[in-house]
Design a protein around this ligand. Structure first.
Ligand SMILES: Nc1nc2c(ncn2[C@@H]2O[C@H](COP(=O)(O)OP(=O)(O)OP(=O)(O)O)[C@@H](O)[C@H]2O)c(=O)[nH]1
Length: 485
């Protein structure tokens, strides 16, 4: 690598690591600020956050990242009055838990932390309990030393708090889309949130609010489970990230509500507090498991749908999908009394490419040609591979002159197309195009009939010399061919 490139990547690494240190520092301040006097914080999100970030971004799970995190932990405690030795002790215990979690997640494939495996929630449970135990084993001795608290009690409070934070927060970090993708996802979801459909789409969220309210009003130890059906509904409706986010908010609200005495259920012993925290976290695992299964199933269906509807070689729409979508498009144009053009494209002398340069070169030509087509057409146009080296295109809402101009541009761009074969050789090609245009599209127009007419024009383009466009005068195919450009 060039020296300047190396310097640049070192600076970028340093920036990332510094950001990690700052995040740890900020999360520690939040925990210290929320800490009850005389005891450890129950709202200690730092360890779960650090573990989530290090698993998600393995570049941080090296010594510079660990060092930055340690500095963040230490600085937060020292600047808020912590003694050096106890700060060191607490930092070691926090990082011990995170280390155990990072090692456990490194031992399994990424799909486990991405929540793309059915067993992901169970593995999350195992990691969370192991990390919580490791952290508590190293750190709980600080309870008697710092606050004169009972060791046994400190240990179990520590375990339950850590466990709850790991289970509730980590899935949110693991499933959060990258910022750029988040905006795209929000934009794609916008139609779902508009009008009365938006209210319907919000129904699972309202059911969560209702269940939480019912739990508060009715109370009792079972109230924390009231929200489970609503969260299951969310798991089957929203993305994995949204479900994780809602689960986390509900979990923290319920613990806060009980701790603040807002619920009619007030735990009287420490064991009950621990039981509530563990229960809140464990209850969330059910909806999380449903969300994971649902997301895995949806992803499988999406892939299956893609495999059926798109040509695996060129990525263009497959014949069946093209015919179905094209027929619907034409019907829409007919209903709106709009025009449309149908093009049939056939790469010239394609057999010679295969014969001279091999089948792999022929495949490269098909891929390059399909790429060129996709780049040249408007977003609303439709393009598909009909078979072999034959492609079909539907251009909605277009005048005859514009359709001819598009077809001629496709001819020109095909000639200009620089396609490289597998051995790096330059493969030059041309295309012949048959075009039929209807204005407006007739109500009984069928796509297969228009393709047949365009095919006849294509034959004429081939017959008169190839590398050209032939246009049918009448859309019924009976009128003679008027132009071969
Ligand atoms: N590499 C490759 N070749 C394919 C594929 N599908 C079909 N072919 C080949 O495409 C060739 C089509 O040849 P022809 O129908 O004779 O057409 P042509 O050579 O383009 O001749 P004209 O259309 O008359 O210009 C055949 O040799 C097929 O084997 C494919 O997916 N990959």
């Amino acid at each position: 690598m060039h020296f300047l490139d190396r310097l640049r990547s070192a600076v970028l690494d340093l920036r990332g690591v510094a950001l990690l240190g700052l995040l740890v520092l900020g999360a520690c301040y939040l925990g210290i600020w929320a800490r009850p006097t005389g005891f450890f914080s129950a709202f200690w999100l730092t360890n779960a956050m650090l573990l989530g970030l290090m698993v998600r971004n393995p570049a941080w799970a090296h010594w510079p990242g660990w060092l930055a995190a340690a500095i963040g932990y230490m600085l937060a405690d020292l600047t808020t009055g912590g003694a050096f030795l106890t700060t060191l002790w607490l930092t070691a215990s926090n990082m011990a838990g995170v280390l155990v979690g990072v090692v456990m997640y490194k031992r399994v494939e990424d799909k486990f932390w991405r929540m793309q495996r059915q067993l992901s929630p169970l593995y999350l449970f195992c990691v969370s309990i192991s990390s919580a135990l490791a952290s508590a084993l190293v750190g709980s001795g600080a309870g008697p030393v710092m606050f004169h608290a009972d060791w046994y009690e400190t240990f179990w409070v520590w375990v339950s708090t850590e466990f709850m934070n790991y289970v509730l927060l980590m899935p949110v970090i693991f499933t959060a889309p990258a910022p750029a993708r988040m905006w795209r996802a929000v934009a794609a979801q916008r139609p779902c949130w508009q009008g009365w459909q938006g209210w319907v789409h919000m129904a699972p969220v309202f059911s969560v609010l209702l269940a939480v309210l019912a739990g508060t009003l009715i109370g009792g130890p079972g109230a924390i489970a009231f929200v489970v059906p609503a969260l299951l509904w969310c798991a089957l409706t929203y993305s994995l990230f949204t479900t994780c986010l809602l689960g986390m908010l509900v979990g923290y609200f319920q613990t806060f509500e009980i701790a603040a005495g807002m619920s009619t259920f007030t735990p009287t012993h420490m064991e009950m507090v621990l039981s509530v925290r563990a229960g809140v976290a464990l209850l969330f695992l059910g909806p999380l498991a449903t969300a994971c299964s649902h997301a895995a199933r949806s992803e499988m269906l999406r892939r299956l749908d893609h495999a059926v509807n798109f040509d695996h070689l060129t990525g263009a729409m497959a014949r069946g999908a093209f015919m179905g979508t094209g027929a619907k498009l034409l019907a829409r144009m007919a209903a709106d009394a709009q025009s449309a053009a149908v093009l049939m494209l056939d790469i010239d002398h394609f057999k010679q490419v295969n014969d001279r340069h091999g089948h792999a070169a022929g495949d490269a030509v098909l891929q390059g040609f399909a790429r060129m087509l996709a780049g040249e057409l408007r977003p609303g146009d439709l393009c598909g591979r009909l078979g072999g080296e034959e492609f079909g295109v539907v251009l909605p809402r277009i005048t005859r002159g514009d359709a001819l101009a598009v077809a001629e541009r496709l001819c020109l761009e095909t000639r200009r197309c620089e396609i490289r074969g597998p051995d790096g050789q330059c493969l030059n090609i041309s295309v012949s195009i048959g075009l039929v245009h209807q204005e407006p599209v007739a109500a009984d127009t069928r796509l297969d009939a228009l393709l047949c007419i365009a095919d006849a024009a294509l034959y004429e383009a081939k017959r008169t010399g190839r590398d050209r466009v032939a246009v049918v005068a009448g859309a019924d195919g009976t009128a003679p061919l008027v132009s071969a450009a």
